[in-house]
Design a binder for this molecule. Structure first.
Ligand SMILES: [Fe+2]
Length: 235
């Protein structure tokens, strides 16, 4: 591996393996998810991921026209994705309350999304540097989709009454009181929520985890903000 284009070719082969592993892993996550909206979001992401895999085949062909690397799709197993998926599968084997299981699935899915966002962001920056505009465009498309999936998971985790992690008991002993207190707090403080969300949005360029976001208004802004985030980033 002697050049940036060799490195880009390698990144694409790695991302291809990541997408293949996600396609294999998602059906189990869909089956384990209890909340219907979460199930739907994961099913939709499976369809999107299959398209992303095909898009990477196109990207690989385009790079091969300019690159002397002989690395082929399927040559490499992405170890990073393998580890993330194994961690998620381990968590899903635990005996959990349905709501806790959903929160664990969202946490696992967001780790996967963040890994992909990092990988696609890097690959796009390399393509841009190499003047491969078609490759850059295709990678941007996927990057936008990954941001959207991540934003949707955040909305499901902290922005919805029926699945919100705010409903989860902090511990078994205070499960009932904590859950009902949390529900009444969120109903009674819609103004406060709006204020918090505006602060959260400001910090989103630096923080993208579930914990850093949180409001219903995030969902209405998520599509636009994810696009502008991905476009405004250097990579
Ligand atoms: Fe993906």
């Amino acid at each position: 591996m002697n050049s940036l284009s060799n490195l880009l070719a390698h990144e694409i082969v790695d991302l291809y393996s990541a997408e293949e592993q996600i396609i294999d892993a998602l059906p189990q996550m869909i089956e384990k998810a209890q909340n219907q909206e979460l199930k739907k979001a994961l099913e939709e992401h499976l369809r999107v991921t299959e398209k992303q895999k095909k898009r990477l085949e196109k990207v690989h062909k385009l790079i091969q026209q300019q690159d002397d690397s002989d690395e082929e799709l399927g040559d490499t197993e992405c170890k990073g994705m393998k580890g993330l998926i194994e961690e998620g599968q381990k968590a899903m084997k635990e005996d959990m309350e349905p709501e806790v299981m959903d929160a664990a699935i969202i946490a696992s899915a967001q780790k996967i999304e963040h890994y992909e966002i990092s990988g696609y962001g890097t690959a796009r920056a390399f393509a841009r540097e190499l003047g491969m505009s078609e490759v850059e465009k295709l990678l941007s498309q996927t990057l936008d989709e990954e941001y959207e999936a991540d934003d949707l998971l955040t909305t499901l985790a902290v922005g919805k009454e029926d699945i919100s992690v705010k409903k989860l008991p902090a511990s078994r002993s205070n499960s009932r009181s904590k859950a009902s207190a949390s529900r009444s707090t969120s109903r009674a403080s819609s103004n406060g929520t709006t204020k918090r969300s505006s602060g959260a949005r400001k910090s989103r360029t630096k923080k993208s985890s579930t914990a850093s976001r949180g409001s219903k208004s995030t969902s209405s802004k998520s599509k636009n903000s994810s696009r502008s985030r991905s476009k405004s980033r250097a990579r």
